[in-house]
Design a binder for this molecule. Structure first.
Ligand code: PMP
Ligand code: GLU
Length: 391
């Protein structure tokens, strides 16, 4: 049996692989502390669950239109107008099986062999994997602490070539929690003027912002609106990761048509009951719940940032949003895979190596878990670093 060649260009998601291994170890009775998961520890709010129960009782088990029901598409338009001042029509919106599928669909529809996709690093693990699967080439822009791990307009300008097709922007970002300021997005927009580059703006952590209010990429100018696909979902901000609800909105009608066609031949519509459950969350009925999650995340972030920075050899910037610390471990070991493998084997602490996010010498620690576990985890990391020997 021979698999298709394109499969050789795809690796399993590192975040999922590590979290799966950690959960298996925990299920086997080991006292594993899991800081690798990219999901809120909070349960889905009742307002969502109740909407699903009502929808089921009313009988909503039929196929829906591929992009989603009229009601959910209108709710997304309402959300984008209310929160982001973006005016889309329901025909410009498609719901997908998580924002991961939104990104997958867009890249499948846009990227040809040898087209270039600009990705600022550190990036979410799946971006270059999907680009590679499409046959495209990822052009990585490296960032560091000096800009809060954000790409500058000058770096973008230098990376653009005649083959550049897409720019990936992730604000609020995973794994660093960086938030592009309006002026920074405006400067990026100016660089793109006159080009045909499409921006995929992944805003899935939008509502988990602590220090700065995020600006939607598409909102900074008319030109940016025309070239941007806004990608969002409810996995993080409505604590619905397993429900698989993501969406994309853009005024680029050829792209929207292509994505709908692609999806009509793959998943077709996303689960009808999930669409029904998403509506109250999109309409802001879960906002109090989000405020409660944020309050907890801020407390945990502040604790964890202080505890990690107190460890000799480690350092971390306080993230402006999301629920991850991206910790610099270069003074201990610049091989992040070795560092994280040993941390799990020796101290039963699961974190994700920075190499998976395109930046070795760092590791990602999720603080989307209870404060007690965070305290214990930071103690174990401190002991681990103190006695660390490279070989
Ligand atoms: N983008 C980023 C930056 C993420 O961290 C995630 C988390 N998996 C996604 C997109 C995809 O989210 P989902 O498919 O769960 O909606
Ligand atoms: N986005 C999450 C993470 O970064 C979930 C896992 C995944 O889909 O990769 O860990």
């Amino acid at each position: 049996m021979k698999l298709a060649k394109r499969m050789s260009r795809l690796n399993e998601s590192l975040t999922i692989a590590i979290s799966t291994r950690a959960k298996e170890l925990k299920a086997s009775g080991k006292d594993v502390l899991i800081f690798s998961a990219g999901e809120p520890d909070f349960d889905t709010p009742d307002v969502v669950k109740n909407a699903v129960i009502t929808a089921m009782q009313k009988g909503c088990g039929k196929y829906t239109p591929v992009p989603g029901t009229k009601e959910v598409l209108e709710a997304i338009c309402t959300k984008l107008k209310r929160d982001n001042n973006l005016s889309y029509t329901p025909a410009q919106v498609v719901t997908n099986v998580g924002a991961k599928q939104s990104i997958f669909n867009c890249l499948q529809a846009l990227v040809d062999e040898s087209d270039e996709v600009i990705i600022p690093a550190p990036y979410w693990v799946s971006y270059p994997e999907i680009v590679g699967y499409c046959g495209g080439k990822s052009v990585i822009i490296n960032t560091d602490e000096s800009t809060g791990f954000k790409m500058t307009a000058e770096q973008l300008k230098a990376a653009i070539t005649p083959r550049t097709k897409v720019l990936m922007i992730n604000t609020v970002g995973n794994p660093c929690g960086g938030i592009y300021l309006k002026a920074e997005l405006e400067a990026i927009g100016k660089v793109l003027e006159g080009t045909e580059i499409i921006v995929l703006s992944d805003e899935i952590y939008e509502k988990l912002s602590y220090d700065t209010e995020p600006t939607a990429c598409a909102s900074v100018s008319e030109d940016m609106f025309k070239r941007t696909v806004t990608i969002n979902g409810l996995s993080k901000c409505a604590a619905m990761p397993g429900w698989r609800f993501g969406y994309m909105a853009s005024p680029i009608s050829e792209l929207n048509t292509a994505v709908k066609k692609l999806q009509s031949q793959s998943t077709a519509n996303i689960a009808s009951i999930v669409q029904a459950g998403a509506i109250p969350a999109l309409l802001g009925q879960g906002d109090e719940y989000i405020a409660m999650m944020k309050k907890n995340f801020i407390e945990r972030r502040d604790y964890a940032v202080n505890a990690i920075n107190a460890i000799d050899g480690l350092s971390v910037l306080s993230p402006a949003g999301a629920f991850y610390l991206f910790i610099n471990c270069k003074k201990v070991d610049s091989d992040s895979m070795r560092f994280c493998t040993r941390l799990l084997d020796e101290k039963l602490v699961a974190c994700v190596p920075g190499v998976g996010f395109g930046m070795d010498g760092y590791f990602r620690f999720s603080f989307a878990c209870d404060l007690e576990s965070i305290k214990k985890g930071c103690e174990r990391i401190a002991q681990f670093v103190k006695s660390y020997k490279k070989d």
